[in-house]
Design a protein. Structure first.
Length: 375
C-alpha cells in the first residue's frame, strides 16, 4: 500500500476541477484582453468566475485579483500595503509562526527600514490578542496574521483581530491558504482588508490563486505591464486554471461540513490507532482549536529525518512541515516559537489528511510507525 498524507503541502485535483480546466483549455483559448469575439468570450468566462468566487466570500467581484498563487498574493498584499502607506508610519506587525512566504517579506521590509513586531504565540501556537493590543501604535500601518497554521493547524483569533483593528489605520491581512474550505469565512463580517488563498490546497491546480483587496484599500501594486486585473496585476490571466479554482472553491464550500466531519474522524482514528499500539507521542498544539486536516505529532523515539525516510521507504508520504535546505531538515520555526529550543522541534512529523482517505490507510500509517518504533 502507498499512502499520501501530506495534503497541507498540496492536494490532488478533483475530477470535476480537472474537467473544468480541460473545458477551459479546449473550448476557450482566447485572451481576455482581446476585443474581438473570441477575446470577449474569454472575458465573459473570467468575469463570471470572478463573480462566482466573490459570492462565496460575500464580497464584490471587483475586490478579487487573480494571481499565480499564495506567494505572489502575500508579496503583493504586504509589500503593496507597506510601500503605499509608509507616509503614515513604518511599523508593521506579524507573528512568529507565519509561513515563509509572509515572514521573508517582513524580513525584507526590515532591511528597508520598516520596524517589524513579531508577536509570540503560546504552546498551542496561538497569539494573545492582548499582545497585539499592546503592540499596536499610532504609526502601525499593517497587521498580518495567518488564519490557520500550515504546520500545526492552530487557528488564530482573526475575528478578534478584525474587531480590534476596526477604526485603526492599520490594514488587516490574513494568509488563509490552509483555512479555506475548512472554516466559514465572510471577509466583510471579519473586517478583513486583504486575504490570500491558493487553489492547490483545496483540490485545485497549482499556479493560480487570488488576493482579496477590500474596496477602498490602496496598494502599491508590484507586477507591472499590461492593464489586466484593472491595472492591479499585469499578465495574461490563466483562464482554465481560474475556472478550476472557481470549481474547487465551490466544491470546498458546498461540502465543508461533510468533509470536516470525515477529517476529524480520520484524525481521531489515527490518534487512537497509535495509542492502541502503545506508541509514545504527543500532539503539538490544541486539538480543540485546530484545522481538521492537520495533525502535528512529537515522537520522542526518533529523529524526524530518520522517521520521514523510513516512512517514505514504507510507502507513507508525510513531511516535517518545516523548511528543507540541501537535504537537511531545519528545526521548525513554528515549533520553536511554541516550545522554545526543545527536542520536539527536531522530532515532530506533520500528518495532513484528505476527505478521500480511508481508515485502512490510517491503520497502515500507524502500523508503519509501530514498525519503526519496534526497530
Amino acid at each position: 500500500m502507498k499512502v499520501y498524507a501530506d495534503y497541507a503541502a498540496t492536494t490532488h485535483v478533483s475530477p470535476t476541477v480537472a474537467q473544468a480546466i480541460y473545458d477551459g483549455i479546449t473550448q476557450q483559448f482566447g485572451n481576455a484582453s482581446s476585443i474581438h469575439t473570441v477575446g470577449r468570450e474569454a472575458r465573459k468566462l473570467l468575469d463570471d468566475a470572478r463573480r462566482n468566487i466573490a459570492r462565496e466570500f460575500n464580497v464584490d467581484a471587483k475586490e478579487i485579483i487573480f494571481t499565480s498563487g499564495a506567494t505572489e498574493s502575500n508579496n503583493t498584499a504586504i509589500k503593496g500595503a507597506a510601500y503605499r502607506h509608509q507616509h503614515k508610519g513604518k511599523h508593521v506587525i506579524t507573528s512568529q509562526v507565519e509561513h515563509h512566504a509572509v515572514l521573508h517579506v517582513f524580513n525584507k521590509l526590515e532591511q528597508e527600514g520598516f520596524e517589524v513586531t513579531y508577536l509570540p504565540v503560546d504552546r498551542h501556537g496561538v497569539i494573545n490578542i492582548e499582545d497585539l493590543k499592546h503592540a499596536l501604535r499610532s504609526d502601525t500601518i499593517l497587521v498580518s496574521i495567518m488564519t490557520g497554521n500550515n504546520e500545526v493547524g492552530a487557528i488564530q483569533p482573526i475575528d478578534e483581530i478584525g474587531e480590534l483593528l476596526y477604526g485603526h489605520q492599520a490594514l488587516f491581512h490574513t494568509d488563509g491558504v490552509q483555512a479555506v474550505g475548512h472554516m466559514p469565512l465572510d471577509f466583510r463580517a471579519l473586517n478583513i482588508d486583504l486575504f490570500t488563498l491558493t487553489a492547490h490546497k483545496l483540490y485545485g491546480p497549482k499556479g493560480v490563486g487570488l488576493l482579496y483587496v477590500k474596496q477602498g484599500v490602496d496598494l502599491e501594486y508590484q507586477q507591472l505591464g499590461g492593464s489586466q486585473e484593472t491595472k492591479r496585476r499585469a499578465g495574461t490571466e490563466n483562464i482554465p486554471y481560474i475556472l478550476g479554482m472557481t470549481q474547487a472553491i465551490k466544491e470546498a464550500h458546498e461540502n465543508m461540513t461533510e468533509r470536516n466531519v470525515k477529517l476529524v474522524n480520520l484524525k481521531m482514528h489515527f490518534i487512537n490507532a497509535l495509542t492502541e499500539r502503545d506508541i509514545p507521542f504527543e500532539v503539538n498544539g490544541d486539538l480543540n482549536n485546530q484545522l481538521p486536516h492537520i495533525l502535528n505529532l512529537y515522537f520522542p523515539f526518533s529523529d524526524v529525518e530518520i522517521m520521514l525516510t523510513r516512512l517514505d521507504m514504507a510507502g507513507v508520504y508525510v513531511s516535517s512541515g518545516s523548511a528543507c535546505t540541501a537535504g537537511s531538515i531545519e528545526p521548525s520555526h513554528v515549533l520553536t516559537a511554541m516550545y522554545g529550543e526543545d527536542k520536539r522541534t527536531k522530532q515532530s512529523v506533520r500528518f495532513s489528511f484528505s476527505y478521500t482517505m480511508t481508515e485502512e490507510e490510517i491503520e497502515f500509517i500507524a502500523q508503519s510507525i509501530q514498525e519503526i518504533y519496534n526497530n
